[in-house]
Write a protein that binds this ligand. Structure first.
Ligand code: KG4
Ligand code: ZN
Length: 354
């Protein structure tokens, strides 16, 4: 079963063909991120226009790379939300048109399931070295997550913890009450005069810094819930930058201290979720999982708890269509194309057609 996935929820225009939910036949990501260096944030209208320009070429290139034609595709999958509405519309309406023209089933997916199911694909086919991280040897059987499990998603728009009992049953354990962790990375990067997107720039700056230099808050750790909050942490950084003795030389220390605070907070809540639920697998996904300190901290935590840890290679942690194509295979719930619609604030993870 070869599924063509399409993902256009934000600034990435992405397509992928994944076979049977595990084998990546090809995948292409084009991003308009370079256009926002001057604005320090995504401009939704610009992002949508770029989606329109690039989506058809990206789909064509994806099929060409895998030497496939439309007749080889068994189904289409598309992110319907959450995300920027005009960007979503481009992907959703294109997928509907293709489903109709090619006479193929169409599966609508929640973006967060893309970050989840990318952990079900066989990484060795994409990156022979496994990206140098957490890979399994070529001869070993493929490891895929086993339910029940805890799913931690950390991106520019989400910081959520779910308990998943099966492919159809995800329940929310906790979420951010204000900024998402990725959003906090981006905003703090801006405060510190670093580029956009802030996450990778902050990580780079943090390498040269002392994470103990500033004692920043670990937000909501004393709160018994599994919720997060990152806006106070951002304000704490702002306060430091406004002090008289703050200078450019202190940026690396502040970036490192901020990163440590985010990593410790996310790890502590993930630990609490694992203890509370008693499950033996943690799946992590979303753009912030490209951060090495976070990956390492979660991997160490799971090793200590004898919990299986799943995280995609860094390149597949940020937005792409591989997870969407894989998600469609496991969710296996096609919709009539006429009923598929973009939903900017989509909440349900599993979209079942009645
Ligand atoms: O999942 P994603 O690609 O898009 C959304 O669904 O939001 O996540 C993007 C977020 C951005 O906030 C970006 O700054 C952050 O992930 N990010 C990172 C790193 N790479 C991307 N944050 C920290 N360290 C990184 N290396
Ligand atoms: Zn994402």
């Amino acid at each position: 079963m070869k599924i063509l996935g399409i993902e256009t929820s934000c600034d990435e225009t992405a397509a992928a063909v994944v076979e049977n939910g595990n084998k990546i036949l090809s995948h292409v990501v084009s991003s308009s991120i370079r256009l926002y260096q001057g604005t320090g944030g995504i401009v939704p209208e610009v992002a949508a226009r770029e989606q329109l320009r690039f989506l058809i070429p990206v789909i064509s290139q994806t099929l060409k790379k895998a030497s496939l034609s439309k007749t080889d595709v068994d189904a289409l999958a598309v992110t319907v939300g959450p995300g920027l509405i005009n960007s979503l519309l481009v992907g959703v309406e294109t997928a509907k048109a293709l489903a109709w023209a090619w006479q193929k089933p169409l599966l609508p997916l929640n973006h967060l399931l893309g970050h989840f199911y990318v952990n079900f694909v066989d990484r060795l086919l994409e990156e022979p070295s496994g990206g140098g991280e957490l890979s399994h040897p070529q001869s070993a059987p493929r490891r895929i997550p086993v339910f029940p499990l805890v799913y931690l998603v950390v991106s520019g728009g989400h910081t959520h913890l779910f308990l998943a009992k099966s492919h159809q049953r995800f329940s929310l354990l906790g979420q951010t009450r204000d900024d998402a962790a990725g959003e906090a990375f981006d905003k703090v990067a801006r405060l510190l005069g670093l580029g956009f997107p802030g996450g990778p720039e902050m990580e780079r700056a943090a390498y040269g810094g002392n994470p103990m230099a500033y004692l920043l808050p670990r937000p909501m750790l004393n709160d018994p819930s599994l919720d997060f909050s990152f806006s106070g942490l951002k304000t704490a950084v702002l306060r430091e930058t406004l002090k008289k003795d703050f200078s450019q030389e202190k940026v690396a220390d502040l970036a490192a201290s901020f990163q440590l605070s985010v990593v410790e907070t996310l790890s502590a809540k993930a630990l609490r979720a694992l203890r509370q639920t008693g499950v033996k697998s943690l799946v992590a996904g979303g753009g912030v999982l490209a951060n090495q300190a976070l990956r390492q901290s979660l991997a160490d935590l799971c090793r200590k708890l004898a919990v299986d840890f799943f995280v995609a290679p860094k390149k597949l942690s940020t937005d792409n269509a591989v997870g969407i194509a894989a998600a469609a295979f496991y969710q296996n719930n096609p919709w009539p194309w006429e009923e598929v619609a973009a939903q900017a604030s989509l909440k349900e993870l599993v979209l079942s057609h009645q």
